[in-house]
Design a protein around this ligand. Sequence first.
Ligand SMILES: C[S@@+](CC[C@H](N)C(=O)[O-])C[C@H]1O[C@@H](n2cnc3c(N)ncnc32)[C@H](O)[C@@H]1O
Length: 243
Amino acid sequence: MTLSCDAPVPGGLGLPIPPETVYRPQEDSQLLVDAVRRSCRVPGTRAADLCTGTGVVAIELARLGAASVLAIDSCPGAAQSAAARCQKVSDIVTVEHRDLNDLTGRDTFDLVTCNPPYVPTPPDLDVTDEYAWPRNAWDGGPDGRSVLDPLCAGAAELLNPGGTLLLVQSEFADPAETVAALRRTGLHADVVARRRVPFGPVLTAQATWFEDLGLLETDRRVEELVVIRADRPSTSAAPRGHR
Ligand SMILES: C[S@@+](CC[C@H](N)C(=O)[O-])C[C@H]1O[C@@H](n2cnc3c(N)ncnc32)[C@H](O)[C@@H]1O
């Protein structure tokens, strides 16, 4: 979906579209926010929004009553954008320019949200002007899991007992592996939301490659996005180490 820079964010989140240096909130952002609204008890939580981009999900967590939100992004431009956009909720949201891999083992949270890059991408993909937003926002490596795998491996260590992770990803990046990887660390994990959306420019440019890999039927140009929820049991022992 292409949006002009001053169009409202889909779903009425009330934010202007940011400059093209930052991922513009799209259907995946909206699906994640909807899942948080529907399935989480946010008031009073210590929350984190990983891969925050514009901070759209972090701001929603603050609106929903989180006591604190740590919003991180590995892209300096995104962190800057989020910091500017979170000013009105700066008593709640702290924005840091940080890689999510640096978070594990330091901080723990009641609620963690993440919309990571998850698009399977051939290493030699030529990024043209058609790719209007930054590649690190969607490029998930050849299997789409270059950020998902370390996120899953470290998720249990980010959660307090009774804590919840909600992440969004594409069907093309193996949601079953995400659920299995989260379960391997002792979390209870399942798909809790699904939405089919038309291909945007990134997937359209890769459709033939997806067909060759057997990930996509010929002429289908619709993708299923899923939200996966993982809960750390409130009585669980320390999470199983992964490193
Ligand atoms: C799909 S965008 C999501 C943005 C926003 N959360 C949303 O839902 O609209 C993914 C974001 O992850 C960031 N990112 C990519 N790899 C990361 C990493 N290893 N650690 C932290 N952030 C990362 C990118 O810079 C980008 O802003």
